[in-house]
Design a protein around this ligand. Sequence first.
Ligand code: GTP
Ligand code: MG
Length: 326
Amino acid sequence: MRYHSVMSATDPITGKTAAATGGLRGFFRKLGARIGGGFLGDLLGRQIDAALLEELESRLLTADVGVAATQALLGDLHQQVARKELKDEAALLQALRVRMLALLKGSARPLVLDPTRHPNVVLVVGVNGSGKTTTIGKLARRYVREGRKVMLVAGDTFRAAAVEQLQAWADRNDVPCVAQSTGADPAAVVFDGLAAAQARRMDVLLADTAGRLHVQAHLMEELKKIKRVLGKADPSAPHEVLLVLDGSQGQNALAQARTFHAALGVTGIVLTKLDGSAKGGILFALAQELALPVRFIGLGEAVDDLAPFDAEAFVEGLLGLGGTTP
Ligand SMILES: Nc1nc2c(ncn2[C@@H]2O[C@H](COP(=O)(O)OP(=O)(O)OP(=O)(O)O)[C@@H](O)[C@H]2O)c(=O)[nH]1
Ligand SMILES: [Mg+2]
């Protein structure tokens, strides 16, 4: 089996690997640049006045930043512009940078595992096809590389071939996977997985679940049951309810986040598929409305295409600041 290197993430603009473009910082910068090109583009170089702010506002909205976050970013800039305090483009960019970083500050919080827990339980949830199982494969890779003992549990007993898909990721990472056949009670499977992980003193248990629409109430109830049952085997579990969102879905991802959070108490987010999309504006909307940590960003389909969110590089790229990587 051949693996992509840790720098295999593909640059969204040049199509080159991240290694060739200055690493993951470069990736986030370019990602920002691509989104920024969409809403800043020709605005720069124009006179800074109320009309320019209006235009900026509508472009932020188009870039999925959302009404509340757009307001938070631009709010007092209107007064500053009226008072002619933002004299030039550099001053405007600096003002935006400060506000964007302040908004995203809470988002760039890593997932920290407690080494005394055996295991740390990560319950992975999200709508169909958002990238849950792939993200589990990538996380397993990451934790194995850190020297941790990782186990997977196949809580998706609904979709045909879901168990095989997870098993394939387990084999690729050489970690154990607890599974039953399709149709089994997912709460029972996950409970067994936790018992096995406790017995074998695993560091991390990554629990896959079946995709479901956030509007399917009975399926959301099923997730609540899985969460409750985990708590019976370990009152502190799950230690992370990780919501996987397809970053290319824009405002729809925000609606999903709202409902999953209300039902389950989401503790972290993975935003996938930002490699093929200019829709990263949703990061601001998520930060503004839910203030949940964005643990990782999915940068592609390969096992190493997962990276902690680098808010600074992202904002610099977005605003065309801080120099560009070749
Ligand atoms: N480009 C890109 N594709 C991704 C990323 N993450 C996942 N995918 C792809 O998205 C598709 C769905 O991924 P899965 O991991 O099966 O999604 P899931 O949420 O487990 O899907 P269900 O189990 O059906 O709910 C696959 O083709 C993945 O390769 C990413 O970060 N970037
Ligand atoms: Mg899946």
